[in-house]
Design a protein around this ligand. Structure first.
Ligand code: 13P
Ligand code: SF4
Length: 365
């Protein structure tokens, strides 16, 4: 493995702050709709019974009357607005299973956004994901139910940082994780996600590549390729907290445990795991290998979402919570569809430049 970590030590503006500015001037001509009745009634219970069946393993019956009126109202409103909801695998079970039209990891969501024919895309995820949807499908109205849903990785690097890297390493291609702002995507050579990072790095056909902003993803990629990786110093605040010691303690207490870690985890955690892959690859592993006992070393809702559909696997559930993903809730999705906010607006010239690096990744297949 060849890995070098760089630190230009520049203060990065918060992506959340940029997100507010984007949302603030972005209203379009859709009319706000009146708030529906959100009472728990026999009609709501009957209309949502098939959806409760999907989540009954992870949402207690006593909680369903709080979710169901929102679930019904959102599903009705999607038809009125000709909207689809794209939900990341870290969304809570009532969103993931009951109102989402498409679910997936970052790469799958980007592809779905590019292919969507709906008038409106509501992003069940964080702000960089909504920006990626807008970049890939600029004619659509893209809504993020809470524009403050940021990401510690996206906030760790700016477009100015990328320009400084270019000056420091002339001629070395720059790969940006999709967990970055549109401004950063516009400056880099190509994007990657956790599911295709090694392939993207090796597709460039060079000896050295800069990877930004996740230092742990860079480290985990460096372990799988002979390409020298120069890494930025960002980290996911959710995954960096896991330790190898913690994993070994779980193994000691749960004999026969299969450990599956996301590549945003530190290298030492991935090294003591049985498998590492994107959130979609982690789900696929459980579906196909059907381990008797599994520990998903990632964000909390993943275990809930996989457990909801799985029989015969026991989930050991230490997890870390992503506060940004959890800003997206059923009430906020409903408000988003009623009031058509917050709309993601990206300067068309910037979007064209950002699309180039995202599309280059998608075109790799
Ligand atoms: P993937 O779903 O692409 O693996 O990414 C995980 C993540 O942290 C997204 O914020
Ligand atoms: Fe960002 Fe980590 Fe949250 Fe994903 S889990 S949105 S990488 S902070």
């Amino acid at each position: 493995m060849t890995l070098e970590t760089i630190d230009l030590a520049q203060a990065a503006p918060s992506v959340s702050a940029e997100a507010v500015a984007i949302g603030a001037h972005a209203r379009r001509s859709f009319q706000p709709l009146p708030r529906p009745d959100l009472s728990w009634t026999p009609a709501v219970e009957a209309a949502t019974a098939h959806l409760y069946a999907r989540v009954s393993k992870v949402i207690p019956p006593v909680e369903w009357p709080f979710h169901a009126p929102y679930v019904k109202a959102i599903n009705d409103l999607k038809k009125v607005r000709n909207a689809v909801i794209l939900a990341h695998n870290y969304q809570t079970p009532e969103i993931y299973n009951c109102v989402a039209d498409y679910v997936g990891d970052s790469l799958q969501l980007a592809k779905m956004a590019a292919a969507s024919e709906a008038d409106v895309i509501v992003q069940g995820g964080v702000h960089f994901m909504a920006e990626t949807s807008k970049v890939l499908n600029p004619a659509k109205t893209v809504l993020i139910p809470d524009s403050q849903a940021g990401c510690s990785l996206a906030e760790s690097i700016t477009a100015a940082d990328i320009r400084a890297l270019r000056a420091q390493y002339p001629g070395v291609p720059i790969v940006a994780y999709v967990n970055t702002s549109a401004e950063v995507k516009a400056e880099v050579d190509i994007c990657c996600t956790s599911s295709n990072a090694v392939k993207v790095v090796e597709s460039l056909g060079v000896e050295r590549v800069i990877m930004a902003p996740d230092r742990y993803l860079a480290e985990n990629v460096a372990a799988q390729t002979s390409v020298k990786i120069i890494a930025w110093h960002g980290a996911c605040e959710v995954h960096e907290r896991f330790t190898a010691e913690e994993i070994q303690t779980y193994r000691a207490h749960h004999p026969g445990l299969t450990v599956i870690a996301h590549p945003e985890c530190p290298r030492e955690v991935v090294e003591v795991s049985d498998f590492s892959g994107s959130t979609a690859a982690m789900i696929d592993y459980v579906r196909t290998k059907k381990p008797a006992r599994v520990l998903l070393v990632t964000e909390c809702s993943m275990s809930d979402n996989v457990a909801a559909e799985t029989t015969g696997t026991q989930f050991v559930r230490p997890c870390n919570f992503c506060p940004h993903m959890k800003r997206i809730t059923l009430p906020r999705i409903l408000d988003s569809l009623l009031e058509m906010r917050e709309e993601v607006v990206i300067d068309p010239a910037l979007a064209t430049r950002a699309r180039r690096s995202v599309q280059r990744m998608i075109d790799l297949g």
